[in-house]
Ligand binder design. Structure first.
Ligand code: OAD
Length: 276
């Protein structure tokens, strides 16, 4: 690619550079692409963290596959049920709330913020954000692994702060009586929901700023979305405490936690944070 990329890294203890503040203040059509790091400060472990209890021998990536579910449905089902219970028990953090405020502010100005997330949680929505695309589905709904019909499953009876001691079998599908219920999420090797991916693609193609928050930028095809912005010369800003697979294409990489950086960034750009 011929584009010359200027990349600056700054620590969260420094002030946000004026160039970034200006981009945020002047943007009218923003895509925010979020990943697991966005929910980390709410207490939801990312996919790169070491696991506990029933799953200590497995990485998250080993569990989030159709093969893992086929080999040991109870192990995978219980992992998702526990994450569902944990997500229900935690709260959106200041990063989620800042994005919601930015979306409201842009709507008031005749612009828009399209929230595109790889997260299967509903913390963006609970903060008040209208999410355009859940690229990897949702952990709160279920479907049959065979016939694909929706399956109603009551919320877990525990709060998710402790890991369940025993694996629990997934219920059988009431429609076909054959298949097992599975979470309505996208597993590795599965296709993303076309509607969500197309909506995200269209938003990036119409955007004047892309902000990438809390994603390792290595899981495809979601990680390729910012490249559509890059092709059009749209400024790209990353917020992440660590370097990611996307850092080298960013115009700015802000090293910090989203719950701290996003509110600071918006405040510096004069975007009101607490109006609801
Ligand atoms: P990952 O778990 O791969 O990466 C989390 C990212 O969040 C890392 O880059 C961390 O540095 C960063 N991070 C941690 N704490 C943060 C904080 N407080 N603020 C900002 N960033 C922080 O998560 P994803 O990139 O979302 O897919 O993973 C993508 C997909 O891979 C997931 O949707 C899931 C996973 O396996 C499937 O299940 C198909």
């Amino acid at each position: 690619m011929d584009t010359v990329v200027s990349m600056r890294e700054l620590s969260v203890t420094e002030s946000v550079p004026e160039d970034v503040v200006t981009l945020v203040r002047e943007a009218r059509q923003v895509v925010a692409l979020s990943g697991a790091g966005m929910s980390a400060e709410s207490g939801v472990p990312t996919f790169r963290e070491v696991q506990r209890g029933l799953w200590e021998r497995f990485s998250a990536e080993e569990l989030a596959t159709p093969d893992a579910f086929e080999a040991d449905p109870a192990l995978v089902w219980t992992w998702y049920r526990w994450r569902q219970a944990l997500i229900a028990a935690v709260e959106p953090n200041p990063g989620h709330r800042a994005l919601a405020a930015w979306q409201r502010h842009l709507a008031d100005q005749g612009g828009w913020l399209a929230a595109v997330t790889q997260n299967v949680d509903d913390l963006h929505e609970r903060a008040g954000t209208d999410v355009l695309a859940h690229l990897h589905g949702s952990i709160t709904t279920h479907r049959c692994a065979d016939c694909q019909e929706p399956v109603e499953v009551p919320a877990p009876a525990y709060d998710g702060f402790t890991v369940p001691p025993e694996p629990e079998q997934p219920p059988r599908c009431p429609a076909c009586q054959e298949g097992l219920a599975r979470p309505d999420v996208v597993w590795f090797s599965e296709m993303l929901p076309a509607e969500a991916f197309d909506a995200a693609t269209a938003a990036i193609r119409a955007s004047d700023l892309v902000i990438v928050v809390g994603t390792s930028g290595i899981v495809q095809p979601a990680a390729s979305l910012p490249l559509l912005g890059l092709e059009r010369g749209v400024p790209l800003i990353e917020i992440n405490p660590e370097e990611t697979g996307l850092t080298e294409v960013m115009d700015f990489a802000i090293r910090g936690r989203s719950g701290e950086v996003l509110p600071r960034l918006l405040a510096a750009a004069g975007i009101p944070l607490d109006r609801r």
